[in-house]
Design a protein around this ligand. Structure first.
Ligand code: IFM
Length: 455
């Protein structure tokens, strides 16, 4: 038994506040071509020599496609309210257009029903980066056609699952797909062209807005929204150069997404900066992008510090770094959330991902991941601080349930609160999982029952 969780007032969350954990399809499912699944751009990218650490790929991953019942039992043992996972588009529609694959959809129906049977709310994401590979030769997300393909796919999944899932997220982290996938090229599909990247971001946002409209038109009852990866961005020094560089980076990574989604416009300063690399925007696109959402999801891991000459080195920050080299900075989450609340009219917010990779040590059948436990506890407290300042927060989810395929880092980086032995596929809850379980239980015990609250 872990030591009891101290219930400091900032740790007391409203009774309907949702605590969950998250994963994504490509990172855990494996079964890369089972039951009619088509390849995704990540299957192709993994075959490029040097693209992924250690030459790893997603063919087996955590074999969750075959072990989903065991994984749902683990979830149930943790007592969480919600589980966020993604639907693999090429599993459901192998070519990204045309015929749908019933066997693929049946897998997600089993998963959703299995969660509901265990009293866990399903939160699904439609696009967590695994675009059907067949769409890439036609331009992938850089092509406006993909927008319509995505809307069709969203409607199909909405018809099959929309009556049973608590929430549908259109896209996970459009910045990552745009910039890492199409500007720096370190993620699939490995393109390096800034103008392509901005067009991709525009098409992702447009397809998000049009999918929301189409899902609502067909009577979908789930709450609908998008998930952005956001950080507070600050200058390394107070020099005018560093401040200007930080403002631009905030524009590219935060305002480039928040402004069109909540104000129906791209930020002027970034538009001017991009020059010839701005996206082609058709009449009506911005109004579609600003279609009201039922929630906004935020993924937070660390802050951003910017110096104009690139001299800022996170290793000199004096802060603890995770295995990804990311600074542990929980205060940044409170700073980010209060800023978002101040600058935009927000729907309910969910932290849809937060967690840390550390080198874990499996010893005597257990993983004592004190650093991850501390990271999660401090970030939950930071969410509590933002709530206390009036930010409309509705939920928090740990990334990730399982150790999994960490994209270009392969399996070397472990984010799970449950350890996966990839040789045997044995799962072992780490100390962080047990802490989270006890924390969620303590929350439940401390939350007033509805009749007590209204008495
Ligand atoms: O593993 C990823 C996830 O797929 C998206 N958000 C960040 C995580 C950690 O890098």
């Amino acid at each position: 038994m872990n030591p009891p969780i101290p219930l400091h007032p900032r740790h007391l969350f409203p009774k309907d506040f949702v605590f969950g954990v998250a994963t994504s399809a490509f990172q855990i499912e494996g079964a890369a071509d089972a039951d009619g699944k088509g390849p995704s751009i990540w299957d192709d990218f993994c075959r490029i020599p040097g693209a992924i650490a250690n030459g790893d790929d997603g063919r087996t991953a955590c074999d969750h496609y075959h072990r989903w019942q065991e994984d749902l039992d683990i979830l149930a043992s943790l007592g969480v309210d919600a589980y966020r996972f993604s639907v693999s588009w090429p599993r459901v529609q192998p070519l990204g257009q045309g015929a749908f694959n019933d066997a693929g959809l049946a897998f997600y129906e089993r998963l959703v029903d299995g969660l509901l049977e265990r009293g866990i709310q399903p939160y699904i994401t439609l696009n967590h980066w695994d675009l059907p590979a067949a769409l890439q030769p036609q331009g992938g997300w850089a092509s406006r056609d993909t927008v319509q393909r995505f809307v069709e796919y969203a409607c199909h999944v909405g018809q099959r699952l929309g009556d049973r899932v608590a929430a549908i997220t259109t896209h996970n982290e459009p910045w990552v797909m745009s910039v890492l996938g199409h500007e720096t090229g370190v993620f699939a599909p490995g393109i390096r062209h800034r103008g392509t990247a901005t067009q991709v971001a525009h098409h992702l946002l447009l397809s998000h807005g049009l999918a929301l409209q189409a899902l609502r038109a067909q009577g979908c009852r789930s709450r609908l929204g998008i998930v952005l990866n956001l950080s507070p961005i600050g200058p390394a020094t107070s020099s005018p150069e560093d401040r200007a560089a930080a403002t631009l980076e905030d524009g590219r990574s935060v305002r480039w997404y928040m402004d069109p989604l909540f104000k129906g416009q791209y930020p002027d300063d970034v538009w001017q900066h991009l020059g010839g690399d701005v996206p082609v925007v058709h009449d009506g696109d911005l109004a579609a992008i600003a279609t009201p959402m039922d929630f906004l999801g935020i993924n937070y891991y660390t802050r951003g510090v910017i110096s104009a000459d690139g001299s800022w080195d996170v290793r000199n920050s004096g802060k603890r770094l995770t295995d990804m080299g990311w600074e542990v900075h929980p205060e940044g989450l409170t700073e980010l959330l209060t800023r978002l609340h101040r600058d935009w009219q927000l729907p309910p917010l969910y932290i849809k991902e937060n967690g840390a990779a550390f080198q874990d040590h499996f010893q005597d059948g257990a993983v004592n991941d004190a650093e991850r436990t501390d990271y999660i506890a401090r970030h939950i407290a930071a969410v509590g601080d933002a709530l206390a300042q009036g930010v409309p927060l509705a939920g928090y989810m740990v990334w990730s349930l399982l150790d999994n395929f960490e994209w270009a880092s392969g399996y070397a980086k472990r984010f799970g609160i449950v350890h996966v032995d990839y040789a045997t596929q044995r799962r072992t809850p780490k100390q962080s999982a047990l802490w989270y379980r006890d924390f969620v239980l303590a929350q439940r015990a401390a939350r007033p029952l509805p009749q007590e609250a209204s008495a």
